[in-house]
Design a protein around this ligand. Structure first.
Ligand code: ATP
Ligand code: MG
Ligand code: MG
Length: 377
């Protein structure tokens, strides 16, 4: 009967709160949005900024365990919360995932392969990075980037000045461009007893830096799928994780897996589990943070997840809701601004029958045309 505190008021908090309710828990949200996606479905709410210690104190006193759906919480706030209640995943994990350099350092020390990278603070270090990595490469802010925001592709030295002035604050991280054959992610969850469960790897397709489609399972060999899950499990173990984490990876032309980034929370690329698995990523996360046993991360169907982004996708809502094969999930956001994730749909296929990309396009029904246009642009 305990109360789960969730920091952040967006769709990941909303779906976590819905999973918590299903398991008999109440949720209390810390958010700045009184009527945001998570607040709409939670039992209690503290309104305040994530660095407002009065708000943090009210919030933490109202709950039994703290988790988050949002990663940019200050180290001081995490320390404060940890003094009062268990924070799951831990503040230490959040500090690693908040900072791309800390993240890559952790992964490398844990024996996990990552793309070649250099830290960049100024023009000379950017020139050094170009020599080490070769063109093209990607320059990213170390903190607070999401949906491809806070990164630039560098094709030649002509791009240096513009990139350094666009991306701030520094330090930045320069990453070798991985010529991947498949971008995949694994959702891994670890319970308080150390049990680890990995969902099947899924393939992600981004458009303009925003996740558009996820295909589960990823079209990779059983060997690659096992390797991806083993890497995710190794990360969970080394982090001493409690809760769920999304592990994004690239599969390169030599069948090597490189980890791109980790997100210690439910993840957009795990939304397919909501309809294709008896216990989805949110159920697993709530079970883990409340110390409950973890059932197997079983997938009973193949699935495609299509994000509903901005006004263009939402204009198709009447057709989407009328299409019987599309399983809709809306986030309760009032305004469909461009690039804003408004919801997603899942489409199920019998286990082992996920069609190739052509068949997937077909199955998208009213979303087929807009998706095809976007992916060919
Ligand atoms: P997210 O919304 O997943 O948190 P983000 O803004 O943190 O995104 P990344 O995941 O680092 O950014 O990059 C966004 C996308 O850009 C990746 O999913 C991938 O498609 C591409 N990308 C990023 N880094 C590389 C790389 N080193 N080589 C090739 N492609 C890359
Ligand atoms: Mg990210
Ligand atoms: Mg990413």
């Amino acid at each position: 009967n305990s109360i789960i505190g969730i920091i952040g008021g967006g769709q990941l908090g909303r779906m976590s709160a819905m999973a918590a309710a299903k398991l008999g828990f109440r949720t209390h949200i810390l958010t700045q949005e009184a009527d945001g996606p998570a607040a709409q479905v939670s039992h209690g709410i503290t309104i305040g900024a994530y660095d407002d210690f009065d708000a943090l104190n009210n919030f933490v006193q109202s709950v039994d365990v703290v988790t988050f759906e949002f990663e940019n919480i200050s180290a001081d706030a995490l320390d404060f919360l940890s003094k009062h209640r268990p924070v799951r995943p831990s503040g230490q994990i959040l500090r690693i995932s908040q900072d791309r350099i800390a993240e890559k350092t952790f992964l490398t020390n844990a024996g996990i392969p990552v793309a070649p990278w250099c830290s960049v603070t100024d023009l000379p270090s950017l020139q050094n990075a170009a020599e080490t990595l070769g063109f093209p490469f990607i320059l990213k802010t170390t903190r607070e980037g999401y949906d491809g925001k806070g990164q630039c592709r560098i094709y030649s030295a002509d791009d240096f000045d513009n990139a350094l002035s666009t991306l701030s604050p520094h330090p930045l991280v320069a990453e070798g461009m991985v010529n991947f054959t498949c971008e995949l992610s694994v959702m891994v969850v670890r319970g308080t007893d150390g049990t680890i469960r990995c969902f099947d790897p899924a393939q992600n397709h981004h458009v303009n830096g925003i996740l558009d489609l996820t295909l589960a399972p990823a079209p990779v060999t059983a060997e690659v799928a096992h390797k991806a899950q083993a890497l995710a499990a190794q990360i969970a173990e080394q982090l001493d994780l409690t809760g769920i984490t999304g592990v994004e990876m690239f599969l390169d032309h030599k069948a090597n897996l490189l980890v791109n980034e980790i997100a210690p929370r439910p993840h957009n690329s795990g939304h397919w589990t909501m309809d294709a698995c008896p216990a989805d990523q949110f159920d697993m996360h709530i079970r883990a943070v409340t110390g409950m046993p973890l059932p197997p991360a079983r997938r009973h169907s193949d699935a495609v997840m299509k994000n509903l982004v901005g006004p263009d996708d939402m204009a198709l809502w009447p057709q989407i809701i009328a299409a019987p094969a599309l399983l809709p999930h809306l986030y309760g956001k009032a305004e469909a601004r461009p690039g804003r994730k408004m919801g997603h749909v899942n489409i199920l296929f019998p286990y082992g029958s996920l069609p190739g990309e052509f068949g997937v396009q077909d199955a998208l029904g009213p979303l087929a045309d807009i998706t095809a246009t976007r992916h060919s642009a």
